[in-house]
Design a binder for this molecule. Sequence first.
Ligand SMILES: N[C@@H](CCC(=O)N[C@@H](CS)C(=O)NCC(=O)O)C(=O)O
Length: 206
Amino acid sequence: MAEMDYKLTYFNMKGLAEPIRMIFAVAGQKYEDVRIPREEWAQHKEKFEYGQLPVLEVGDKKLAQSNAITRFLAKKFNLGGADDWEAAKVDELADVMVDFRSEWRKYFMEKDPEKKEELKKTLIETTVPKYLGKVENIQKENGGDFLVGQKLTWIDIQYAHFLEMFEVTTGPEVTAAYPNLKKLQKAVFETPEIKEWIDKRPVTEF
Ligand SMILES: N[C@@H](CCC(=O)N[C@@H](CS)C(=O)NCC(=O)O)C(=O)O
């Protein structure tokens, strides 16, 4: 395999891999989009260093952890911020997303309907305003469409995608009060290369 051959392995869903796929789309970079069927996962799990996906293969090298993969590609394709300071602010917002997602996951994974309803209430009344309220203001203060600087970065792609995932799994009310984040999402999803990818990507719920 040549150095510039990329293979991204994940499940047949958007999830943690979708921002990575969108980065490939923006960069116009070809890659192999491998989607392991859930029912076959048990027989593959051991082959991956942390037993989890996504994993990116670059030639004969393997990289795990979605944010590490995203940062690696963003740097390569100039989507990491205009300078070190912007790159650090992008990282700050990425860590905010990690914190927010871990709170949201408690709701998403809960099977008991009563507990799930309670978790949803806390999520919508407390957690979402705490995290998205803050990021909404950051977007507004930055001016323009994006979160950091005046050019698209990987963190814009990540927020646009995960906002959609929160809406799909929690309901549209989760983002209704955040017009600047919706503006950001629109700008990302209407970036021609991303729009082209969205129009042709496999249809999956998550
Ligand atoms: N911190 C990891 C989390 C990866 C993760 O949780 N992957 C899930 C899918 S979203 C997975 O591989 N689940 C299957 C398993 O754990 O067996 C990342 O960001 O890549």
